[in-house]
Design a binder for this molecule. Structure first.
Ligand code: NAG
Ligand code: NAG
Ligand code: NAG
Ligand code: NAG
Ligand code: NAG
Ligand code: NAG
Ligand code: NAG
Length: 328
């Protein structure tokens, strides 16, 4: 009788305990409390009370099945210091974000290399310095790599092209130097990621290999790129947004063809020459800016190009026709 009763109690506890007990994994709780301490016990993490269930703490999430911490998303916090190494001890993390934190400094934490389940790494609008580490190419599940608005230096690791699941690489607004890797024309995943590399100090030619892929969005604006980039255009491509503005690109645009999917084309402030190709007037563009180049000849008439005002076309060599003054 007694035996049976205790067996019943054991059985009851086995089935009922998941809902009665706390969800939080004690290992994760320990790591989170370490992170809080390393960040100087900021007010932002005041809800991280050791006496409560960490699955209900602010800016973290637990996986429904495993109850392990799978997201840490710190946003607009008054936090000073570096990303704690302890973040590497949350092995189930799929999302790691430190976003809009002015006083977050130091390099990209090397312990992030251990987070092989990461899908989204977002360290942006912070003051991180140092290079973009090679180890990121080992985080094969990454779909979003967002490191924009920092002070990152050095070159772009060509190994990033080994990430098969990327949807977007956002490295814009840093202090990156060197060239765009040749390997960025060889992404092998099912998706070709959008590339946001603007507002850096990238130099040299855009690798022609990039012409082999169907990128939807390319933003290389405000770098120091030179030479030809016309291979980025093409009738058979699926481009939607191409921004090459404020570089030193130099090529003849006369023979270029443009995809029907293209909605925004910004080429302002380069050294592009030739005339605008007739085919451009049939592209359903919502934005175009070819100002401050060396274009000549008549703007193709009777299509989309007259939807825009003179500010899309000003400061060229001898571009003419509506909306600019008539050709002589
Ligand atoms: C950042 O650090 C500066 C200087 O230590 C401090 O004045 C400021 O309040 C800190 N926090 C934010 C959010 O700017
Ligand atoms: C940020 O925190 C520091 C130290 O706790 C404090 O002195 C400062 O006023 C805070 N800044 C803002 C913008 O809240
Ligand atoms: C980086 O720090 C500087 C100086 O403290 C600050 O002016 C700037 O806004 C910070 N950048 C970001 C993205 O928070
Ligand atoms: C990536 O995701 C898949 C499926 O979601 C998972 O099985 C795998 O363990 C994850 N990690 C790595 C390193 O591939
Ligand atoms: C575009 O694709 C069509 C059909 O697939 C092909 O015939 C044509 O040669 C291609 N044009 C270019 C410029 O690649
Ligand atoms: C780009 O996509 C179009 C339309 O899906 C396709 O016809 C073309 O072959 C693709 N080009 C490349 C280089 O993959
Ligand atoms: C095109 O770029 C030039 C130069 O940056 C700028 O002055 C102009 O306002 C832009 N036009 C449009 C329509 O954005």
């Amino acid at each position: 009788m007694n035996m049976n009763l205790s067996l019943l109690v054991v059985i009851f506890l086995c089935f009922a305990s998941p809902s009665l007990s706390v969800r939080c994994n004690p290992k994760d709780k320990k790591v989170l409390l370490q992170i809080k301490e390393d960040l100087g016990n900021p007010y932002h993490l005041a809800s991280w009370d050791p006496n409560t269930d960490c699955c209900y703490w602010y800016v973290v999430k637990c996986d429904r099945k495993t109850n392990r911490i799978n997201a840490l998303t710190v946003f607009q916090a008054n936090i000073s210091g570096q990303i704690p190494a302890a973040v590497g001890d949350l092995p189930y993390l799929e999302t790691l974000q430190f976003h809009h934190i002015t006083n977050l400094t130091g390099t990209i934490q090397p312990a992030i290399a251990k987070l092989t389940n990461l899908k989204m790494l977002r360290l942006s609008f912070t003051n991180l310095t140092g290079p973009i580490p090679e180890f990121l190419s080992q985080l094969k599940n990454l779909t979003l790599l967002q490191l924009n608005y920092n002070q990152l230096t050095g070159t772009i690791p060509s190994s990033l092209s080994q990430l098969p699941n990327l949807l977007a690489i956002q490295l814009d607004r840093n202090k990156l130097t060197g060239t765009i890797p040749e390997s960025f024309g060889k992404f092998q995943g099912p998706n070709i990621p959008d590339l946001y590399l603007s507002h850096n100090s990238l130099t040299g030619k855009v690798p022609t290999s990039l012409g082999d892929l169907n990128f939807s969005r390319l933003d290389f604006s405000r770098n120091k790129l030179e030479g030809d980039a016309s291979f980025l255009f093409g009738k058979n491509k699926t481009s939607q947004i191409i921004d090459l503005s404020r570089n030193s690109l130099e090529f003849d645009i006369s023979k270029s063809e443009f995809a029907e999917s293209l909605i925004s084309l910004d080429l302002n402030h380069n050294r592009i020459f030739g005339s605008l190709p007739q085919g451009l007037k049939d592209v359903p563009l919502q934005f175009i800016n070819v100002s401050y180049n060396r274009l000549c000849g008549q703007i193709p008439q009777g299509g989309t190009l007259q939807r825009f005002d003179v500010y899309s076309y000003l400061h060229n060599k001898c571009l003419c026709g509506s909306p600019l003054p008539d050709c002589k």
